[in-house]
Design a protein around this ligand. Sequence first.
Ligand code: NDP
Length: 480
Amino acid sequence: MERILNYIHGDLVPAASGAFMDNYDPATGRVYSVVPDSESPDINRAVEAAHAASARWQSMGIAGRSKILNKLADMLEGDAESFALAESMDSGKTLTLARTLDIPRAIANIRFFASAIMHESSDAHITDHTAINYTERVPVGVAGCISPWNLPLYLFTWKVAPALAAGCTVVAKPSELTPMTAYLFSKLCAEAELPPGVLNVVHGAGSKAGHEIVAHPGVKAVSFTGGTATGKKIAAVAAPTFKKLSLELGGKNPSIIFADCDFEQALNVSVQASFTNQGEICLCGSRILVEASIYERFVKTFVERASKLTVGDPLHHDINVGALISSAHRDKVMSYISLAREEGGSVLCGGEIVHVSGRCSGGYFVAPTVITGLTQQCHTNQDEIFGPVVTIAPFETESEAIAMANSTRYGLAASIWTENLRKAHRVSSAVQCGIIWVNCWLFRDLRTPFGGMKDSGVGREGGWNALNFFTEAKNVCIKL
Ligand code: NDP
Protein backbone atom coordinates (compact mmCIF):
# COMPACT_ATOMS: atom_id res chain seq x y z
CA MET A 1 0.00 0.00 0.00
CA GLU A 2 1.41 3.40 -0.97
CA ARG A 3 2.57 5.62 1.89
CA ILE A 4 2.02 9.28 1.13
CA LEU A 5 4.66 11.44 2.83
CA ASN A 6 5.01 15.04 3.91
CA TYR A 7 7.42 17.23 1.96
CA ILE A 8 9.40 19.37 4.39
CA HIS A 9 12.66 21.17 3.61
CA GLY A 10 12.97 19.16 0.43
CA ASP A 11 12.64 15.79 2.19
CA LEU A 12 9.80 13.30 1.92
CA VAL A 13 9.09 12.35 5.52
CA PRO A 14 6.36 10.78 7.66
CA ALA A 15 4.67 12.76 10.44
CA ALA A 16 6.91 13.13 13.51
CA SER A 17 4.49 10.91 15.46
CA GLY A 18 4.74 8.22 12.78
CA ALA A 19 0.92 8.15 12.61
CA PHE A 20 -0.90 7.60 9.33
CA MET A 21 -4.56 7.82 8.32
CA ASP A 22 -6.34 5.68 5.76
CA ASN A 23 -6.96 7.14 2.32
CA TYR A 24 -9.96 5.75 0.42
CA ASP A 25 -10.72 5.31 -3.25
CA PRO A 26 -14.32 6.63 -3.32
CA ALA A 27 -15.19 4.55 -6.38
CA THR A 28 -14.44 1.26 -4.63
CA GLY A 29 -14.80 2.22 -0.97
CA ARG A 30 -11.42 0.61 -0.30
CA VAL A 31 -8.37 2.00 1.47
CA TYR A 32 -5.62 2.22 -1.14
CA SER A 33 -2.98 4.39 0.52
CA VAL A 34 -2.17 6.01 3.84
CA VAL A 35 -1.52 9.65 4.60
CA PRO A 36 0.50 11.25 7.44
CA ASP A 37 -1.57 12.42 10.40
CA SER A 38 0.51 15.55 10.97
CA GLU A 39 0.37 17.71 14.05
CA SER A 40 2.00 20.75 15.57
CA PRO A 41 5.66 19.46 15.46
CA ASP A 42 5.30 18.83 11.71
CA ILE A 43 3.82 22.27 11.08
CA ASN A 44 6.56 23.86 13.23
CA ARG A 45 9.23 22.13 11.16
CA ALA A 46 7.57 23.15 7.91
CA VAL A 47 7.24 26.79 8.99
CA GLU A 48 10.89 26.83 10.12
CA ALA A 49 11.96 25.38 6.76
CA ALA A 50 9.86 27.97 4.93
CA HIS A 51 11.40 30.82 6.95
CA ALA A 52 14.91 29.52 6.32
CA ALA A 53 14.28 29.33 2.55
CA SER A 54 12.71 32.77 2.26
CA ALA A 55 15.80 34.90 1.59
CA ARG A 56 17.15 32.51 -1.04
CA TRP A 57 13.81 32.32 -2.87
CA GLN A 58 13.45 36.09 -2.95
CA SER A 59 17.04 36.57 -4.08
CA MET A 60 16.32 34.44 -7.17
CA GLY A 61 14.26 37.34 -8.49
CA ILE A 62 11.25 37.14 -10.75
CA ALA A 63 13.14 35.58 -13.65
CA GLY A 64 14.55 32.81 -11.43
CA ARG A 65 11.20 32.08 -9.83
CA SER A 66 9.39 32.16 -13.14
CA LYS A 67 11.87 29.72 -14.67
CA ILE A 68 11.44 27.15 -11.90
CA LEU A 69 7.64 27.46 -11.92
CA ASN A 70 7.57 26.96 -15.68
CA LYS A 71 9.78 23.91 -15.26
CA LEU A 72 7.32 22.51 -12.72
CA ALA A 73 4.46 23.13 -15.16
CA ASP A 74 6.36 21.37 -17.94
CA MET A 75 7.07 18.38 -15.71
CA LEU A 76 3.45 18.19 -14.66
CA GLU A 77 2.39 18.32 -18.29
CA GLY A 78 4.86 15.58 -19.15
CA ASP A 79 3.27 13.37 -16.51
CA ALA A 80 -0.32 14.59 -16.98
CA GLU A 81 -1.83 11.18 -17.61
CA SER A 82 -0.58 9.64 -14.36
CA PHE A 83 -1.69 12.75 -12.45
CA ALA A 84 -5.15 12.48 -14.02
CA LEU A 85 -5.41 8.83 -13.05
CA ALA A 86 -4.27 9.59 -9.51
CA GLU A 87 -6.77 12.45 -9.21
CA SER A 88 -9.62 10.29 -10.41
CA MET A 89 -8.78 7.47 -7.97
CA ASP A 90 -8.31 9.81 -5.04
CA SER A 91 -11.48 11.87 -5.50
CA GLY A 92 -13.96 9.63 -7.37
CA LYS A 93 -14.23 12.12 -10.26
CA THR A 94 -14.26 10.72 -13.76
CA LEU A 95 -10.90 10.19 -15.40
CA THR A 96 -12.23 12.16 -18.36
CA LEU A 97 -12.83 15.21 -16.18
CA ALA A 98 -9.46 14.90 -14.46
CA ARG A 99 -7.83 14.69 -17.91
CA THR A 100 -9.73 17.57 -19.47
CA LEU A 101 -10.24 19.94 -16.54
CA ASP A 102 -8.27 19.31 -13.35
CA ILE A 103 -4.78 18.60 -14.59
CA PRO A 104 -4.75 20.99 -17.59
CA ARG A 105 -6.01 23.73 -15.30
CA ALA A 106 -3.33 22.97 -12.66
CA ILE A 107 -0.69 23.33 -15.40
CA ALA A 108 -2.32 26.55 -16.62
CA ASN A 109 -2.41 28.00 -13.09
CA ILE A 110 1.34 27.54 -12.68
CA ARG A 111 2.17 28.91 -16.14
CA PHE A 112 -0.18 31.85 -15.66
CA PHE A 113 1.50 33.08 -12.44
CA ALA A 114 5.00 32.24 -13.70
CA SER A 115 4.29 34.57 -16.59
CA ALA A 116 2.29 37.20 -14.67
CA ILE A 117 5.22 38.19 -12.45
CA MET A 118 7.28 38.95 -15.54
CA HIS A 119 4.72 41.61 -16.52
CA GLU A 120 4.06 43.21 -13.15
CA SER A 121 4.46 46.97 -12.88
CA SER A 122 4.57 49.18 -9.81
CA ASP A 123 2.86 52.49 -9.07
CA ALA A 124 4.63 55.84 -8.77
CA HIS A 125 3.01 59.11 -7.69
CA ILE A 126 4.60 62.51 -8.13
CA THR A 127 3.33 64.92 -5.46
CA ASP A 128 3.22 68.47 -6.87
CA HIS A 129 6.86 68.11 -7.96
CA THR A 130 7.93 68.19 -4.32
CA ALA A 131 8.11 64.44 -3.74
CA ILE A 132 8.07 61.12 -5.54
CA ASN A 133 6.23 58.16 -4.08
CA TYR A 134 6.79 54.70 -5.39
CA THR A 135 5.00 51.61 -4.16
CA GLU A 136 6.93 48.42 -3.82
CA ARG A 137 5.16 45.08 -3.34
CA VAL A 138 7.07 42.84 -0.96
CA PRO A 139 6.34 39.16 -0.33
CA VAL A 140 4.29 38.73 2.81
CA GLY A 141 6.58 35.99 4.15
CA VAL A 142 5.47 32.44 4.87
CA ALA A 143 2.04 31.72 3.39
CA GLY A 144 -0.34 28.97 4.47
CA CYS A 145 -2.41 27.44 1.66
CA ILE A 146 -5.30 25.16 2.65
CA SER A 147 -7.28 23.53 -0.14
CA PRO A 148 -10.34 21.25 -0.40
CA TRP A 149 -11.03 17.83 -1.90
CA ASN A 150 -13.31 18.64 -4.83
CA LEU A 151 -10.72 19.99 -7.29
CA PRO A 152 -7.59 18.84 -5.47
CA LEU A 153 -4.57 19.76 -7.59
CA TYR A 154 -6.46 22.49 -9.46
CA LEU A 155 -7.16 24.45 -6.25
CA PHE A 156 -3.84 23.52 -4.62
CA THR A 157 -1.99 25.14 -7.54
CA TRP A 158 -4.46 28.04 -7.67
CA LYS A 159 -3.00 29.09 -4.29
CA VAL A 160 0.53 27.73 -4.26
CA ALA A 161 1.49 29.09 -7.71
CA PRO A 162 0.72 32.78 -6.98
CA ALA A 163 2.24 32.50 -3.49
CA LEU A 164 5.52 31.13 -4.87
CA ALA A 165 5.51 33.50 -7.84
CA ALA A 166 5.06 36.46 -5.49
CA GLY A 167 8.18 35.38 -3.60
CA CYS A 168 6.53 33.81 -0.57
CA THR A 169 7.57 30.47 0.81
CA VAL A 170 4.70 28.13 1.51
CA VAL A 171 3.29 25.60 3.92
CA ALA A 172 0.41 23.90 2.10
CA LYS A 173 -2.14 21.41 3.32
CA PRO A 174 -4.34 19.57 0.87
CA SER A 175 -7.50 17.87 2.11
CA GLU A 176 -6.83 14.65 4.01
CA LEU A 177 -9.41 13.08 1.65
CA THR A 178 -7.43 13.86 -1.52
CA PRO A 179 -3.73 14.10 -0.71
CA MET A 180 -2.34 12.08 -3.62
CA THR A 181 -1.73 14.61 -6.40
CA ALA A 182 -0.21 17.19 -4.01
CA TYR A 183 2.14 14.41 -2.86
CA LEU A 184 3.05 13.51 -6.46
CA PHE A 185 3.55 17.21 -7.15
CA SER A 186 5.90 17.55 -4.17
CA LYS A 187 7.97 14.74 -5.67
CA LEU A 188 8.54 16.86 -8.78
CA CYS A 189 9.87 19.82 -6.83
CA ALA A 190 13.43 18.64 -6.23
CA GLU A 191 13.85 17.70 -9.90
CA ALA A 192 12.58 21.16 -10.90
CA GLU A 193 15.32 22.60 -8.67
CA LEU A 194 12.93 24.33 -6.33
CA PRO A 195 15.19 25.10 -3.35
CA PRO A 196 14.42 23.02 -0.22
CA GLY A 197 11.92 24.68 2.11
CA VAL A 198 10.36 26.94 -0.52
CA LEU A 199 7.30 24.68 -0.78
CA ASN A 200 6.40 22.43 2.13
CA VAL A 201 3.40 20.12 1.87
CA VAL A 202 2.08 18.83 5.17
CA HIS A 203 -0.73 16.30 5.13
CA GLY A 204 -3.25 15.66 7.84
CA ALA A 205 -6.62 16.50 9.30
CA GLY A 206 -8.01 20.00 9.02
CA SER A 207 -8.74 20.18 12.73
CA LYS A 208 -5.09 19.39 13.56
CA ALA A 209 -2.61 20.19 10.78
CA GLY A 210 -4.90 22.81 9.19
CA HIS A 211 -5.61 24.49 12.51
CA GLU A 212 -1.88 24.60 13.36
CA ILE A 213 -1.07 26.39 10.10
CA VAL A 214 -3.71 29.03 10.79
CA ALA A 215 -2.67 29.50 14.43
CA HIS A 216 1.11 29.57 13.79
CA PRO A 217 2.57 33.04 14.45
CA GLY A 218 5.21 32.49 11.75
CA VAL A 219 2.58 32.18 9.01
CA LYS A 220 1.75 35.66 7.77
CA ALA A 221 -1.06 34.95 5.31
CA VAL A 222 -3.60 32.15 4.96
CA SER A 223 -5.36 31.40 1.72
CA PHE A 224 -8.22 28.99 2.34
CA THR A 225 -10.79 27.34 0.11
CA GLY A 226 -13.44 25.19 1.72
CA GLY A 227 -16.76 25.27 3.51
CA THR A 228 -18.27 28.39 5.08
CA ALA A 229 -18.38 26.82 8.57
CA THR A 230 -14.64 26.04 8.38
CA GLY A 231 -13.96 29.55 7.06
CA LYS A 232 -15.67 31.01 10.11
CA LYS A 233 -13.45 28.93 12.45
CA ILE A 234 -10.33 29.93 10.53
CA ALA A 235 -11.23 33.62 10.66
CA ALA A 236 -11.66 33.39 14.46
CA VAL A 237 -8.29 31.67 14.95
CA ALA A 238 -6.44 34.00 12.56
CA ALA A 239 -7.89 37.32 13.77
CA PRO A 240 -5.78 37.75 16.96
CA THR A 241 -2.59 37.09 14.96
CA PHE A 242 -3.41 39.79 12.33
CA LYS A 243 -2.67 37.45 9.44
CA LYS A 244 -3.84 38.32 5.98
CA LEU A 245 -6.76 36.09 5.15
CA SER A 246 -8.37 35.04 1.87
CA LEU A 247 -11.47 32.90 2.25
CA GLU A 248 -13.12 31.20 -0.73
CA LEU A 249 -16.18 29.49 0.72
CA GLY A 250 -19.42 27.77 -0.20
CA GLY A 251 -22.15 28.65 -2.67
CA LYS A 252 -25.78 28.01 -3.55
CA ASN A 253 -25.64 29.34 -7.04
CA PRO A 254 -28.68 30.31 -9.11
CA SER A 255 -29.02 29.70 -12.84
CA ILE A 256 -31.63 32.15 -14.13
CA ILE A 257 -33.24 31.05 -17.38
CA PHE A 258 -35.30 33.69 -19.16
CA ALA A 259 -37.84 32.74 -21.83
CA ASP A 260 -35.84 34.64 -24.48
CA CYS A 261 -32.74 32.45 -24.00
CA ASP A 262 -31.19 30.09 -26.52
CA PHE A 263 -33.17 27.19 -25.08
CA GLU A 264 -30.96 24.33 -26.23
CA GLN A 265 -27.77 25.99 -25.00
CA ALA A 266 -29.29 27.00 -21.68
CA LEU A 267 -30.51 23.46 -21.18
CA ASN A 268 -27.23 21.73 -22.10
CA VAL A 269 -25.06 24.00 -20.02
CA SER A 270 -27.44 23.92 -17.04
CA VAL A 271 -27.23 20.12 -17.01
CA GLN A 272 -23.43 20.43 -16.94
CA ALA A 273 -23.57 23.15 -14.30
CA SER A 274 -25.68 20.90 -12.10
CA PHE A 275 -23.86 17.59 -12.37
CA THR A 276 -20.25 18.12 -13.46
CA ASN A 277 -17.92 16.54 -10.89
CA GLN A 278 -21.01 14.99 -9.22
CA GLY A 279 -22.17 18.52 -8.34
CA GLU A 280 -19.09 18.85 -6.13
CA ILE A 281 -17.93 22.21 -7.49
CA CYS A 282 -18.49 25.36 -5.47
CA LEU A 283 -19.62 27.02 -8.72
CA CYS A 284 -22.25 24.43 -9.63
CA GLY A 285 -25.68 25.89 -10.36
CA SER A 286 -27.78 24.13 -7.75
CA ARG A 287 -30.91 26.31 -7.99
CA ILE A 288 -32.38 26.69 -11.46
CA LEU A 289 -34.93 29.48 -11.80
CA VAL A 290 -36.96 29.35 -15.01
CA GLU A 291 -39.37 31.91 -16.45
CA ALA A 292 -42.91 30.53 -16.11
CA SER A 293 -43.73 30.53 -19.83
CA ILE A 294 -41.02 27.95 -20.60
CA TYR A 295 -40.97 26.23 -17.19
CA GLU A 296 -42.88 23.02 -18.10
CA ARG A 297 -40.87 22.48 -21.29
CA PHE A 298 -37.58 23.17 -19.53
CA VAL A 299 -38.30 20.81 -16.63
CA LYS A 300 -39.40 18.00 -18.94
CA THR A 301 -36.33 18.18 -21.18
CA PHE A 302 -33.95 18.80 -18.26
CA VAL A 303 -35.20 15.65 -16.53
CA GLU A 304 -34.85 13.67 -19.76
CA ARG A 305 -31.21 14.78 -20.09
CA ALA A 306 -30.39 14.25 -16.41
CA SER A 307 -31.87 10.74 -16.51
CA LYS A 308 -29.59 9.83 -19.40
CA LEU A 309 -26.39 10.71 -17.52
CA THR A 310 -24.40 7.57 -16.80
CA VAL A 311 -23.23 6.94 -13.24
CA GLY A 312 -20.49 4.46 -12.46
CA ASP A 313 -16.82 3.52 -12.61
CA PRO A 314 -14.96 6.85 -13.00
CA LEU A 315 -12.23 5.15 -15.01
CA HIS A 316 -14.63 4.21 -17.83
CA HIS A 317 -14.68 6.75 -20.64
CA ASP A 318 -18.47 6.66 -21.13
CA ILE A 319 -19.31 7.60 -17.53
CA ASN A 320 -20.64 11.11 -16.81
CA VAL A 321 -21.00 11.02 -13.03
CA GLY A 322 -18.44 9.37 -10.77
CA ALA A 323 -18.38 8.67 -7.04
CA LEU A 324 -18.97 11.14 -4.23
CA ILE A 325 -15.96 11.84 -2.08
CA SER A 326 -16.86 9.70 0.97
CA SER A 327 -19.55 7.56 2.50
CA ALA A 328 -20.22 10.38 5.01
CA HIS A 329 -20.74 12.85 2.18
CA ARG A 330 -22.98 10.42 0.28
CA ASP A 331 -25.08 10.06 3.45
CA LYS A 332 -25.25 13.85 3.80
CA VAL A 333 -26.45 14.22 0.20
CA MET A 334 -29.05 11.46 0.70
CA SER A 335 -30.26 13.10 3.92
CA TYR A 336 -30.89 16.32 1.98
CA ILE A 337 -32.91 14.41 -0.61
CA SER A 338 -35.06 12.98 2.22
CA LEU A 339 -35.40 16.47 3.67
CA ALA A 340 -36.48 17.82 0.28
CA ARG A 341 -39.28 15.23 0.23
CA GLU A 342 -40.29 16.23 3.77
CA GLU A 343 -40.29 19.86 2.69
CA GLY A 344 -42.84 19.03 -0.01
CA GLY A 345 -40.51 18.63 -2.99
CA SER A 346 -41.20 16.25 -5.88
CA VAL A 347 -38.18 14.18 -6.89
CA LEU A 348 -38.54 13.95 -10.69
CA CYS A 349 -35.48 11.82 -11.27
CA GLY A 350 -32.68 10.25 -9.25
CA GLY A 351 -33.10 10.56 -5.51
CA GLU A 352 -31.38 7.29 -4.83
CA ILE A 353 -28.05 5.60 -4.25
CA VAL A 354 -26.71 3.87 -7.36
CA HIS A 355 -25.34 0.37 -6.83
CA VAL A 356 -22.59 -0.30 -9.33
CA SER A 357 -21.56 -3.89 -9.93
CA GLY A 358 -18.03 -5.31 -10.07
CA ARG A 359 -14.96 -3.27 -9.08
CA CYS A 360 -17.06 -0.34 -7.84
CA SER A 361 -19.64 -2.27 -5.81
CA GLY A 362 -18.42 -0.60 -2.59
CA GLY A 363 -18.31 2.94 -4.06
CA TYR A 364 -20.31 6.03 -3.12
CA PHE A 365 -22.64 6.78 -6.02
CA VAL A 366 -25.78 8.91 -6.10
CA ALA A 367 -28.03 9.37 -9.14
CA PRO A 368 -28.42 12.87 -10.63
CA THR A 369 -31.43 14.22 -8.81
CA VAL A 370 -33.92 16.87 -9.93
CA ILE A 371 -36.40 18.31 -7.46
CA THR A 372 -39.30 20.72 -8.03
CA GLY A 373 -42.11 22.12 -5.90
CA LEU A 374 -39.97 23.81 -3.23
CA THR A 375 -39.89 27.39 -2.02
CA GLN A 376 -36.58 29.24 -2.03
CA GLN A 377 -36.78 29.54 1.77
CA CYS A 378 -36.64 25.80 2.56
CA HIS A 379 -33.41 24.10 3.73
CA THR A 380 -32.97 22.30 0.41
CA ASN A 381 -32.69 25.69 -1.32
CA GLN A 382 -30.79 27.47 1.42
CA ASP A 383 -28.08 24.96 2.39
CA GLU A 384 -25.14 23.93 0.25
CA ILE A 385 -25.64 20.23 -0.56
CA PHE A 386 -22.54 19.88 -2.76
CA GLY A 387 -23.76 16.82 -4.62
CA PRO A 388 -25.68 15.84 -7.77
CA VAL A 389 -28.87 17.51 -6.60
CA VAL A 390 -30.57 20.44 -8.30
CA THR A 391 -33.89 22.18 -7.74
CA ILE A 392 -35.96 23.91 -10.42
CA ALA A 393 -38.50 26.65 -9.66
CA PRO A 394 -40.56 28.99 -11.83
CA PHE A 395 -40.61 32.81 -11.74
CA GLU A 396 -42.99 35.30 -13.35
CA THR A 397 -41.03 38.55 -13.52
CA GLU A 398 -37.44 39.77 -13.70
CA SER A 399 -37.66 41.28 -10.23
CA GLU A 400 -39.00 38.03 -8.81
CA ALA A 401 -36.09 36.13 -10.40
CA ILE A 402 -33.61 38.57 -8.85
CA ALA A 403 -35.23 38.30 -5.42
CA MET A 404 -35.14 34.50 -5.62
CA ALA A 405 -31.51 34.52 -6.77
CA ASN A 406 -30.51 36.74 -3.86
CA SER A 407 -32.52 34.87 -1.25
CA THR A 408 -29.66 32.82 0.29
CA ARG A 409 -26.78 33.80 2.53
CA TYR A 410 -24.36 32.85 -0.25
CA GLY A 411 -23.13 35.03 -3.11
CA LEU A 412 -20.55 33.10 -5.08
CA ALA A 413 -21.70 32.69 -8.68
CA ALA A 414 -24.74 32.98 -10.93
CA SER A 415 -25.56 32.17 -14.54
CA ILE A 416 -28.03 34.29 -16.50
CA TRP A 417 -29.56 33.05 -19.74
CA THR A 418 -31.12 35.63 -22.07
CA GLU A 419 -30.58 36.93 -25.58
CA ASN A 420 -31.51 40.45 -24.42
CA LEU A 421 -28.31 42.35 -23.68
CA ARG A 422 -29.99 45.11 -21.68
CA LYS A 423 -31.67 42.55 -19.47
CA ALA A 424 -28.37 40.70 -19.05
CA HIS A 425 -26.71 43.90 -17.79
CA ARG A 426 -29.61 44.78 -15.49
CA VAL A 427 -29.83 41.37 -13.89
CA SER A 428 -26.03 41.00 -13.62
CA SER A 429 -25.94 44.26 -11.75
CA ALA A 430 -28.74 43.27 -9.36
CA VAL A 431 -27.61 39.74 -8.51
CA GLN A 432 -25.38 39.70 -5.42
CA CYS A 433 -22.60 37.36 -6.52
CA GLY A 434 -18.88 37.76 -7.12
CA ILE A 435 -18.99 35.89 -10.41
CA ILE A 436 -21.72 36.28 -13.04
CA TRP A 437 -21.82 34.25 -16.22
CA VAL A 438 -24.12 35.36 -19.04
CA ASN A 439 -25.04 32.56 -21.45
CA CYS A 440 -22.23 30.35 -20.16
CA TRP A 441 -20.92 28.60 -17.04
CA LEU A 442 -17.43 27.91 -15.69
CA PHE A 443 -15.91 29.97 -18.47
CA ARG A 444 -12.79 31.31 -16.79
CA ASP A 445 -10.17 33.88 -17.65
CA LEU A 446 -7.44 33.53 -15.03
CA ARG A 447 -6.89 37.30 -15.00
CA THR A 448 -10.35 38.02 -13.62
CA PRO A 449 -11.21 38.34 -9.91
CA PHE A 450 -12.52 35.11 -8.42
CA GLY A 451 -14.49 34.91 -5.19
CA GLY A 452 -17.78 35.44 -3.49
CA MET A 453 -19.91 38.00 -1.67
CA LYS A 454 -21.87 37.51 1.56
CA ASP A 455 -21.10 34.16 3.26
CA SER A 456 -19.26 32.90 0.17
CA GLY A 457 -16.02 34.47 1.22
CA VAL A 458 -13.71 37.35 1.91
CA GLY A 459 -11.29 38.66 -0.71
CA ARG A 460 -10.65 37.69 -4.29
CA GLU A 461 -8.22 35.32 -5.99
CA GLY A 462 -7.14 35.36 -9.62
CA GLY A 463 -4.78 37.59 -11.59
CA TRP A 464 -3.26 40.52 -9.70
CA ASN A 465 -5.68 39.92 -6.82
CA ALA A 466 -3.80 36.76 -5.89
CA LEU A 467 -0.37 38.33 -6.33
CA ASN A 468 -1.46 41.35 -4.26
CA PHE A 469 -2.76 39.05 -1.54
CA PHE A 470 0.61 37.35 -1.17
CA THR A 471 2.46 40.69 -1.05
CA GLU A 472 2.36 43.81 1.12
CA ALA A 473 2.32 47.28 -0.42
CA LYS A 474 5.19 49.42 0.84
CA ASN A 475 5.17 53.09 -0.14
CA VAL A 476 8.45 54.99 -0.30
CA CYS A 477 8.16 58.79 -0.33
CA ILE A 478 11.24 60.74 -1.46
CA LYS A 479 11.15 64.47 -0.86
CA LEU A 480 12.73 66.29 -3.79
P1 NDP B 1 -13.68 21.93 4.41
O1 NDP B 1 -14.00 23.29 4.84
O2 NDP B 1 -14.13 20.80 5.24
O3 NDP B 1 -12.13 21.73 4.21
C1 NDP B 1 -11.32 22.52 3.37
C2 NDP B 1 -9.88 22.39 3.81
O4 NDP B 1 -9.75 22.94 5.12
C3 NDP B 1 -9.39 20.95 3.92
O5 NDP B 1 -8.02 20.90 3.62
C4 NDP B 1 -9.62 20.67 5.38
O6 NDP B 1 -8.85 19.60 5.84
C5 NDP B 1 -9.21 21.98 6.02
N1 NDP B 1 -9.77 22.24 7.33
C6 NDP B 1 -10.85 21.69 7.93
N2 NDP B 1 -11.02 22.20 9.18
C7 NDP B 1 -10.01 23.10 9.37
C8 NDP B 1 -9.65 23.97 10.44
N3 NDP B 1 -10.35 24.03 11.57
N4 NDP B 1 -8.56 24.75 10.30
C9 NDP B 1 -7.85 24.73 9.15
N5 NDP B 1 -8.14 23.92 8.10
C10 NDP B 1 -9.22 23.12 8.20
O7 NDP B 1 -14.24 21.85 2.94
P2 NDP B 1 -14.29 20.59 2.02
O8 NDP B 1 -12.92 20.03 1.84
O9 NDP B 1 -15.37 19.72 2.54
O10 NDP B 1 -14.69 21.24 0.63
C11 NDP B 1 -15.98 21.51 0.28
C12 NDP B 1 -16.33 22.95 0.53
O11 NDP B 1 -15.41 23.81 -0.13
C13 NDP B 1 -17.68 23.31 -0.02
O12 NDP B 1 -18.39 24.08 0.92
C14 NDP B 1 -17.36 24.16 -1.23
O13 NDP B 1 -18.33 25.09 -1.57
C15 NDP B 1 -16.11 24.84 -0.80
N6 NDP B 1 -15.37 25.27 -1.98
C16 NDP B 1 -15.32 26.61 -2.26
C17 NDP B 1 -14.69 27.07 -3.40
C18 NDP B 1 -14.58 28.52 -3.70
O14 NDP B 1 -13.72 28.86 -4.49
N7 NDP B 1 -15.36 29.39 -3.11
C19 NDP B 1 -14.08 26.12 -4.35
C20 NDP B 1 -14.17 24.74 -3.94
C21 NDP B 1 -14.81 24.35 -2.79
P3 NDP B 1 -9.48 18.11 5.89
O15 NDP B 1 -10.14 17.87 4.58
O16 NDP B 1 -8.28 17.31 6.08
O17 NDP B 1 -10.45 18.13 7.02
